[in-house]
Design a protein around this ligand. Structure first.
Ligand SMILES: Cc1cc2nc3c(=O)[nH]c(=O)nc-3n(C[C@H](O)[C@H](O)[C@H](O)COP(=O)(O)O)c2cc1C
Length: 188
C-alpha cells in the first residue's frame, strides 16, 4: 500500500467533538481557508466562507439550532434539542459556514461539500481538530433565522449549505473504525 503525507492525513482525520478553549492561530485559520478556496468547483468559485470566532454568537447559534431541533420530525434531533448538556458546536472556538450562490446554474452543494472537505483535511494536516456540523444549520430554520443570516453577513442570493468547527483537540484520537468491506466494484 502506498503511503504519503496526503494519504496519511486523509486516513488520520476523524470528527472531533471535544475542544480546548484556546483560539486557533491566525496563520492556521488562513491556511485552512486557503485550502477551501482551492477545492474543485463547478460554479466558478460561487461560494462564500463565513468565519465565526465570537463566543457569544457561537452560543446563540447553538441555542437557536437546538430550539429549531425541538420541532423537527426526527426523534434523534428532538432529543438533542432537548438535551441541556448538548452543544452542537462542541465548544470549538471557530465555526466556518460555507454558502453557495443559488443563482449559479449548477448545484452548488457539490462545490460547497468539496470546499468543506478541504477545510477538514487542511485542519488535520496542521494538527487541529475539526467536525462537519449539519446540526447548527437548523439555526436558520429557527425564528431568529433571518436575523442570524443578516448578522452573519451571508451575501444576498447565497444559501448556507455546510459548516464545520475547528480548534485544538482536547483528546487524542484513539479509535479509528475499520472501513466497511465490499464497497468497491472494479471493472477492468
Ligand atoms: C454532511 C455531514 C453532516 C454532518 N453533521 C454532523 C453533525 O451535525 N454533528 C456531528 O457531530 N457530526 C456530524 N458529521 C460528522 C459525521 O458524524 C462523521 O463524519 C461520521 O460519523 C464519520 O466519522 P469520522 O468523520 O470520524 O470519519 C457530519 C458529516 C457530514 C458529512
Amino acid at each position: 500500500m502506498i503511503v504519503n503525507d496526503a494519504l496519511k492525513i486523509i486516513k488520520q482525520r476523524r470528527s472531533i467533538r471535544s475542544y480546548k478553549d484556546e483560539q486557533i492561530k491566525e496563520e492556521e485559520l488562513r491556511a485552512i481557508l486557503e485550502a477551501g478556496l482551492y477545492a474543485p468547483n463547478a460554479g466558478g468559485q460561487a461560494w462564500h466562507f463565513t468565519v465565526i470566532q465570537n463566543k457569544e454568537l457561537l452560543d446563540r447559534l447553538n441555542l437557536a439550532a437546538k430550539e429549531a431541533a425541538k420541532h423537527m420530525d426526527m426523534e434523534h434531533l428532538r432529543e438533542l434539542g432537548n438535551n441541556e448538556k448538548f452543544n452542537c458546536l462542541y465548544g470549538a472556538p471557530v465555526l466556518i459556514i460555507v454558502s453557495g450562490n443559488v443563482q449559479v446554474p449548477v448545484p452548488l452543494e457539490a462545490d460547497c461539500a468539496a470546499a468543506t472537505q478541504n477545510l477538514l483535511l487542511a485542519a488535520e494536516s496542521l494538527g487541529l481538530g475539526s467536525c462537519w456540523i449539519f446540526f447548527v444549520m437548523l439555526a436558520f430554520n429557527s425564528p431568529q433565522g433571518s436575523e442570524l443570516r443578516k448578522e452573519l453577513k451571508i451575501p444576498e442570493g447565497y444559501k448556507p449549505y455546510y459548516s464545520a468547527v475547528f480548534g485544538y483537540k482536547k483528546d487524542a484520537v484513539v479509535n479509528v473504525p475499520d472501513r466497511k468491506p465490499n464497497l468497491i466494484t472494479y471493472i477492468k
